[in-house]
Design a protein around this ligand. Structure first.
Ligand code: NAD
Length: 483
């Protein structure tokens, strides 16, 4: 059975403990590889390697660092098929999605930050005739990058690329549930000739190796994406050590449909925003609000189209929806469907396992896409992050009502807004408390824009200059102008 290894100081190494965890293919529920059960000793080795590599790497020119990142991007691209298949098997997502979204985005992350550092500029402030101030931005040192399982390589590289592009060295910790593509990235970094220790990857449980990384005194900045409860734990551990923290957390995003919107486009995009990646996207629009005059027709069409989605073997080209990532996630999502029934919801479609699955997948973690109506906006299913192929649909009467409902959760990550009325689009977008508002679209990404959320969804921002700033320390120089 294939054994995944840590990537430390340029080498692929076994965990100090000599222990491994099972890595399960969610489409078959079978163990197909093993992942190191890393602990604080592995974290310490990786941080030491990163620390040693820092003086040389941070002293290299931006152009040289850029060339290294571009080489990694080229190798990722050349290995697109292998990586996409690995992501599909590890995560349960459809192969075509990994091919068209996850891996191309990992390539783009490296290219984007490889070239962004060539154009990064800083500020200068003239203080009347007295002085000129200039701001230098220096790498922070060793960055800890911790990522979740839903978009494994996509989100890991979204952190690692800006961290090392700006001259830091990094220790990355992928999710123990989906470690494979981070391991393949380690191999490709070796092939690309990335200097040893610039990027290190440690594997294992969040509470062990992840927590050790966060609390390590030599890790100057921690960039984390994952659940809100984990984010709170990380903040508790990192704050007394005065580390720079970026936390990208959960969401319960509203998808607001006004009656004047192009309903064909609304249905097409809402199917994606509800169910793409089995609904396991932090930006999924899991609460759909439809203006009363359009509600009945929306529900009928949406349910008809949802029933057409093919749930099945993620390796098959015709599959729209693959397996949920793990048994625990499958059980959690099912428990929310149960709760919805208890809370008085009507399950219009889905609600359980698909009736026909190929033999290979009979034990896999498959759930039908599920549409629920009749739930109070304050119900738990409408308040808590389900993170699965489950959406609720609720009618609304007017702007004030829907804005209050959209804002009525502890989260504030993203929102979608559908209307042909431009003044209303501006008005409602302004009033919604979320880091991103998509107007007549969803997940239309530009890597330059700030990404993140409000309230319990985020601390800080990623993307473009925000990431370059996060991973660098500003230092002001002040030169007195001789009078
Ligand atoms: P998680 O919080 O369980 O785990 C995320 C990562 O943190 C994993 O690598 C895990 O091993 C590690 N970890 C766990 N406990 C830790 C600890 N005490 N110290 C250090 N590291 C620890 O999240 P998940 O279940 O992997 O991912 C799903 C969650 O991620 C959802 O809530 C989703 O909304 C969120 N998410 C947010 C964004 C965003 O951009 N805001 C993007 C994707 C996913």
């Amino acid at each position: 059975m294939e054994k995944i290894r840590h990537y430390i100081g340029g080498e692929l190494v076994d965990p100090v403990s000599g222990r491994w965890l099972d890595n399960i293919d969610p489409a078959t529920a079978e163990v197909y590889s093993e992942v190191p059960d890393g602990d604080e000793r592995d974290a310490a080795r990786a941080v030491l390697a990163a620390e040693r590599a820092f003086p040389d790497w941070s002293a290299r020119s931006a152009e040289e660092r850029s060339r290294h990142l571009l080489r990694i991007a080229d190798l990722l691209e050349a290995n697109l098929d292998r990586l996409a298949r690995a992501e599909c098997v590890d995560n349960g997502k459809p192969l075509h999605l990994a091919r068209s979204l996850d891996i191309p985005r990992a390539v783009a992350n490296f290219r984007f930050f490889a070239t962004a550092i060539l154009h990064f500029h800083s500020e200068s402030h003239a203080t009347d005739q007295l002085a000129i101030n200039y701001t230098l931005r220096r790498p922070r040192g060793v960055a800890g990058c911790i990522s979740p399982w839903n978009l494994p390589l996509y989100l890991l590289t979204w952190k690692v690329a800006p961290a090392i592009a700006t001259g830091n060295t990094a220790v990355a910790k992928p999710s123990e549930i989906t470690p494979m593509t981070a391991y393949l990235l380690s191999e490709l970094c070796r092939e690309a000739g990335l200097p040893p220790g610039v990027l290190n990857v440690v594997h294992g449980l969040g509470g062990k190796v992840g927590a050790a990384l966060v609390s390590h005194p030599k890790v100057a900045a921690v960039s984390f994406t994952g659940g809100t409860a984990t984010g709170a734990e990380i903040a508790r551990s990192a704050a007394p050590l005065f580390k720079k923290l970026s936390l990208e957390l959960g969401g319960k995003n509203p998808n607001v449909v006004f009656a004047d919107a192009d309903q064909g486009e609304v249905i097409r995009t809402s199917l994606r925003s509800s169910f793409q990646n089995q609904g396991q996207i932090c930006l999924s629009g899991s609460r759909i609000f439809v203006e009363r005059p359009a509600y009945e027709a929306f529900v009928e069409r949406f349910v008809t189209e949802t029933r057409k989605l093919r749930v099945g073997d993620p390796l098959e080209p015709g599959t729209d929806q693959g397996a949920l990532v793990s048994r625990a996630q499958y059980d959690k999502v099912l428990s929310y469907i149960d709760l919805a029934r208890k809370e008085g919801g009507r399950i219009l479609c889905g609600g359980g396992r698909p009736s026909s699955l190929p033999d290979r997948c009979r034990n896999g973690y498959f759930l039908e896409p599920t549409v629920i109506t009749g739930l109070d906006v304050a119900s738990r299913v409408n308040q808590e992050e389900v993170f699965g192929p489950v959406v609720t649909v609720t009618p609304f009467e007017g702007e004030d009502e829907v804005v209050a409902w959209a804002n009525g959760t502890e989260y504030g990550l993203s929102a979608s807004l559908w209307t042909e009325n431009l003044p209303r689009a501006h008005r409602v977008a302004e009033r919604i408390h979320s880091g991103t508002v998509w107007i007549n679209c969803w997940m239309l990404r530009d890597l330059r824009v700030p990404v993140g959320g409000m309230k319990a969804s985020c601390v800080g921002r990623e993307g473009g200059e925000e990431a370059l700033r996060f991973f660098t320390e500003p230092k002001n120089g002040c030169i007195r102008v001789p009078g």
